[in-house]
Design a protein around this ligand. Structure first.
Ligand code: ASP
Ligand code: MG
Length: 457
C-alpha cells in the first residue's frame, strides 16, 4: 500500500472521563496526515467484564452499570441528539453480549463478553470524531486481526492479518478517512471472537503498524515517556529520548509498566518505531523505541518488580544428581507459575527462583508433591523455603555491555546503604543486572542505585 499511516493508540487512562476523551479527539483531529487510531476500553471496563465472566450471576447488574457509565460519558461529550440516540441503540445491542450461560463453551463465550469494552469505546470515539468534522470509520478488529483459538491470549497470525488489514483499510485511508479500530480483539478463521491478552491494545497497534509499514506507532498514555526510574519512586528520574527495542522489552519485563512486554515482537524485523506520548502533554516529544537509537545517551534504566517471593529448594543430597532441576521446574510448570529469575549455588546445594507472590502457595504445594520421593530418600532435599515481601530491582541498558564496573557500582550503592541482597542475577545478554531484596528496602535501593549510575550528576 502506498499510504503509510501513523498509528495512534489510546489506552484506558486516556479514556477515563469525557474531558480526557475530548482531548483524545482533539489530538486526532489536529493530526492532518494519514492515521489509524486504536482504542482500549474505557478505564475499568474490562475488569468489570472479567467479573461478569467469572461470576455469571453478576452479569445483568454489570451490564446495567456499563450502560449507565457509557451513557453518562456520552452525554458529557456533547454529542448531537441524533448521535446520542444512535449510540444508545448501539450500546443496548452490544451489551446483549454480556449475558452468558455456564455451558461447555464457557471460555469461548467469555471472549465475546470481554470484547464489549473496546467495541463501545471505539464506537464512541469514532462517533465524536465524525461530529468534530474529521471523517472516520469504526473498524471492528475482529474483521482484520486473525488469531488462533488460544482463548484469552490468542496469538496473531501476521500473514492472514496483513492481507485483511490491507484489504479493509486501504480504501478509507485513500479517501482520507481515519479508521478507528478496537484494540485487544481478534477472531479465529472460524469467526469466533478472541482477545490477545490483558492490556493487549498496545499489541494491536504494533500489529497494525507492522502490517501498514507505519513510520511510527504512537502509544498515548499518561506519562511523558520511559524514565530512567519509576518517577513515583525516584524524584530525579529523567525521561529517555530514545531506547532500543531490546532495552524496552527487558525493562518492561522487569517491571517498567509503560509498554506491555509483548508489544514489540511484530516490529522486530521492521523499520517501524514506537513512540510513547502523553495525552495530557502532547507537545512533549516522548520516548522513541526503535531498533537502533541515535540519541540514546549513557543513562541506564532502574526498574523494579514488587510483591514477589523467593523460593529455595535445598539439600546436601542434591549435588551432582541429574534430574533435580528438571523435576523442580516441571513441578513449577505444572501449575503454570511464571518464573521471573533463577539462580543456583555453584555447590549445587540449592536452587533459588523468584515468582509472583500470588503464585507461591500453589507452587510450593506442587513442589512438595513432586519432590516427596527426594525428600524421603536420604533427605536429599531437606527443605523448601519461602521468603515473602520481596522485590526485584534491576538495572537495564544496552549500553552497559562491555562497560566495566556497573555491577560493582550497583552492589556498592546497596552495600553503602546497608541493604541486604538476597540473590543476584545478570542476564547473559548483559542487558540487565538484578538484585533481589526485601520490599522494605526497595525505595531506598532504587534511590541509591539510580543516583550512583546517574551520568549527569
Ligand atoms: N481493555 C483491555 C484490558 O484492559 C486491553 C487494553 O486495555 O489494552 O486489558
Ligand atoms: Mg487497559
Amino acid at each position: 500500500m502506498e499510504i503509510r499511516p501513523y498509528i495512534f493508540k489510546f489506552g484506558g487512562t486516556s479514556l477515563q472521563t469525557a474531558e480526557r476523551i475530548k482531548e483524545v479527539v482533539r489530538i486526532i483531529a489536529n493530526y492532518e496526515g494519514p492515521l489509524v487510531v486504536v482504542t482500549s476500553a474505557l478505564a475499568g471496563v474490562t475488569n468489570k467484564l472479567v467479573e461478569a465472566t467469572t461470576n455469571p450471576a453478576s452479569a445483568p447488574d454489570i451490564s446495567r452499570q456499563l450502560f449507565k457509565h457509557h451513557m453518562k460519558i456520552a452525554g458529557e461529550l456533547g454529542l448531537s441528539d441524533k448521535g446520542l440516540e444512535k449510540f444508545e441503540d448501539y450500546l443496548e445491542a452490544t451489551l446483549g453480549d454480556v449475558s452468558i450461560s455456564r455451558t461447555a463453551a464457557d471460555v469461548r463465550r467469555g471472549e465475546l463478553v470481554l470484547s464489549v469494552g473496546e467495541r463501545l469505546s471505539t464506537e464512541l470515539v469514532a462517533r465524536l470524531l465524525m461530529e468534530t468534522g474529521r471523517k472516520s470509520k469504526f473498524i471492528d478488529s475482529r474483521d482484520i486481526v486473525r488469531t488462533d483459538s488460544n482463548w484469552g491470549s490468542a496469538r496473531v497470525d501476521m500473514n492472514a492479518t496483513g492481507a485483511l488489514v490491507e484489504r479493509t483499510l486501504e480504501k478509507p485511508l485513500m479517501d482520507k478517512i481515519v479508521p478507528v479500530v478496537t484494540g485487544f480483539l481478534g477472531s479465529t478463521a472460524g469467526g469466533d471472537t478472541t482477545t490477545i491478552g490483558r492490556n493487549g491494545s498496545d499489541l494491536t497497534a504494533s500489529v497494525l503498524g507492522a502490517c501498514l509499514d507505519a513510520p511510527e506507532v504512537w502509544i498515548w498514555t499518561d506519562v511523558d515517556g520511559i524514565c530512567t526510574a519509576d518517577p513515583r519512586h525516584h524524584k530525579n528520574a529523567k525521561i529517555l529520548a530514545e531506547i532500543s527495542f531490546r532495552e524496552a522489552s527487558e525493562a518492561a519485563y522487569f517491571g517498567a509498566s509503560v509498554l506491555h512486554p509483548h508489544t514489540l515482537w511484530p516490529l522486530l524485523d521492521t523499520e517501524v518505531a514506537v513512540r510513547i506520548k502523553n495525552t495530557m502533554n502532547p507537545a512533549h516529544e516522548g520516548t522513541l523505541v526503535c531498533a537502533n537509537p541515535k540519541k540514546r545517551g549513557a543513562n541506564l534504566i532502574t526498574t523494579s518488580i514488587e510483591n514477589v517471593a523467593v523460593i529455595t529448594v535445598s539439600g546436601y543430597g542434591m549435588a551432582g544428581i541429574p534430574g533435580v532441576a528438571a523435576t523442580i521446574f516441571t513441578a513449577v510448570r505444572d501449575v503454570s507459575t511464571n518464573i521471573l529469575m533463577i539462580s543456583q549455588s555453584s555447590a549445587e546445594h540449592n536452587i533459588t527462583f523468584i515468582v509472583n507472590a500470588d503464585e507461591v502457595s500453589k507452587t510450593v504445594k506442587s513442589l512438595e508433591v513432586a519432590l516427596a520421593e527426594w525428600i524421603r530418600r536420604d533427605h536429599r532435599i531437606d527443605r523448601i523455603k519461602v521468603v515473602s515481601d520481596v522485590a526485584v530491582v534491576s538495572v537495564v541498558g544496552e549500553n552497559m555491555r562491555g562497560r566495566h564496573g556497573i555491577a560493582g557500582k550497583v552492589f556498592s550503592a546497596l552495600g553503602n546503604k546497608g541493604i541486604n541482597v538476597i540473590a543476584i542475577a545478570q542476564g547473559s545478554s548483559e542487558y540487565s543486572i538484578s538484585a533481589v531484596l526485601m520490599m522494605a528496602d526497595m525505595r531506598q535501593a532504587i534511590e541509591a542505585i539510580h543516583s550512583e549510575l546517574d551520568t549527569n550528576k
